[in-house]
Design a protein around this ligand. Structure first.
Ligand SMILES: *Cc1c(COP(=O)(O)O)cnc(C)c1O
Ligand SMILES: [Zn+2]
Length: 433
């Protein structure tokens, strides 16, 4: 057998790869896309993937499809919708490392994807599958970035897209993208978790393909974040990979990627994964504290809107990731998130609030002695600094409720006077960083 199949992670039930299905129809469990790696062993090597670096041709010019054998080996390439995504930078950031209390920190900037978040890596997988299935319309519920990405990839691939937004706290950059790329946008008087239920019911009724991260083809694409990090580190394994956790799609994809890379001999040891949640949206953290014995959905509140999720659909896969990687879950406050963001921004790199969990969480885990000072850490920056300009500007003008700007960069006001402007500049540069 050379094809891929869908398999339930709980009961093992298998389904043909071209079934339109999101969860197991026997037990309701989450599905994995499983590939027959045995028949591909000879081509899954460092050399294969290294030889494609810098390729100018589709699909290998994409940082997702460069690893095609690991993502969707036998897909008909005419179905692939790619912008192309991935090929994001891995920044060495010694000053931030020092702030976090470690020697070696890299930040993988997924905000450098075509629509400004890692969602593009999943979307190329999901929209490609929509075309494999012959679906014309695709939909998602979104805190913002998924919709921006869905709208872009749908337009690029000649499909129609539909987006369910929640009623409040949508970051403006994201809404603007979905509207600009031509999605049918519906703002619904409900939060993300309710919208996710609604999109599944409506899609079922109207024959629309759902591309939330419950869709396992998205997770296949997101595995490439890990493969790209490993390749950028010359296939050396870092000690820790630290990422924010919202709907836990990334956490799930990372576990599967690492498990496969290890099983296939691409790496010789497993790194630990640390998933960082916001204090106001921390159901996985709560569950982790109780050895995963209990799980309770919650009402979510945090300034980091991308992870403002109280009932993450991929919870079981994230638990599996923590077990596979001997990982941990930590939480950080909105204050810690915004301060860490200000520091990442001030390096000239920048990110949206949720992304800063990676740095804030690294520091916290280091303080607790869970991450050691001489460990090599890779933090994931999930989204671009321009996604949520309100959060940035309100932080620096110290006008966020319940948050004090520890690292403010004030906007100065001046009359058109050389003396006044000079005075301001001399004062400002005295305290310049
Ligand atoms: C979607 C998203 C997250 C959360 O990722 P999950 O896979 O849902 O856990 C974090 N940060 C940004 C910027 C996102 O867009
Ligand atoms: Zn099942």
């Amino acid at each position: 057998m050379s094809a891929s199949i869908l398999q339930c992670m709980d009961c093992g039930q298998q389904y043909p790869i071209d079934t339109v299905i999101y969860t197991c129809s026997h037990c309701g469990g989450l599905l994995d896309v499983c590939h027959d790696f045995d028949s591909l062993k000879d081509s899954i090597t460092h050399d294969t993937f290294d030889a494609r670096l810098g390729s100018l041709n589709a699909p290998y010019n994409s940082g997702v499809w460069r690893y095609k054998e690991l993502i969707y080996p036998h897909v008909d390439e005419t179905h692939i919708v790619s912008r192309p995504e991935g090929n994001t930078n891995l920044y060495h950031v010694p000053r931030l490392a020092q702030w976090a209390g470690i020697e070696t920190l890299f930040l993988k900037h997924e905000g450098e994807n075509p629509t400004g978040s890692f969602k593009d890596r999943g979307m190329t997988g999901g929209v490609t599958q929509a075309r494999v299935l012959g679906m014309q319309r695709i939909a998602c519920a979104s805190t913002g970035n998924t919709s921006a990405s869905l709208a872009s990839y749908a337009a690029h691939g000649g499909l129609e897209s539909i987006v369910f937004f929640q009623n409040k706290q949508i970051a403006f950059g994201k809404l603007a993208q979905a509207i600009a790329y031509g999605a049918t946008c519906v703002q619904i008087n409900a939060d993300f978790d309710r919208n996710l239920e609604l999109v599944r019911e409506v899609a079922d009724k109207l024959g629309i393909y759902v591309l939330n991260s419950i869709n396992p083809f998205r997770l296949e694409g997101q595995k490439s974040i890990i493969f790209e990090i490993l390749q950028q580190l010359r296939w050396q394994t870092p000690d820790w990979i630290v990422c924010p956790g919202g709907n836990l799609g990334n956490s799930s994809a990372f576990g599967k990627a690492l498990q496969e890379a290890y099983t296939l001999g691409l790496i010789d040891r497993m790194p630990h994964l640390a998933i960082i949640q916001a204090e106001g949206a921390n159901p996985l953290y709560q569950s982790f504290r109780h050895d995963f014995d209990e799980y309770a959905p919650m009402h979510a509140e945090t300034i980091a809107t991308a992870i403002k999720i109280g009932n993450p659909v991929n919870y079981p896969k994230a638990v599996r990731t923590i077990k596979w990687t001997d990982g941990v879950v930590e939480q950080v406050s909105d204050q810690e998130i915004m301060d860490a963001k200000a520091l990442i921004d001030a390096q000239g790199i920048g990110c949206e609030p949720a992304s800063a969990c990676s740095l804030a969480g690294t520091r916290k885990l280091c303080e607790q002695g869970i991450i050691q000072a001489n460990d090599t850490v890779v933090g994931i920056l999930t989204g671009h600094v321009l996604k949520d300009p309100d959060a940035t500007i309100n932080y620096h003008s110290n006008s966020l409720p319940d948050i004090t700007a520890t690292y403010p960069n004030k906007l100065h006001q001046a009359e058109p006077s050389v003396e006044e402007i000079s005075r301001i500049l001399l004062n400002a540069t005295e305290i310049a960083r």
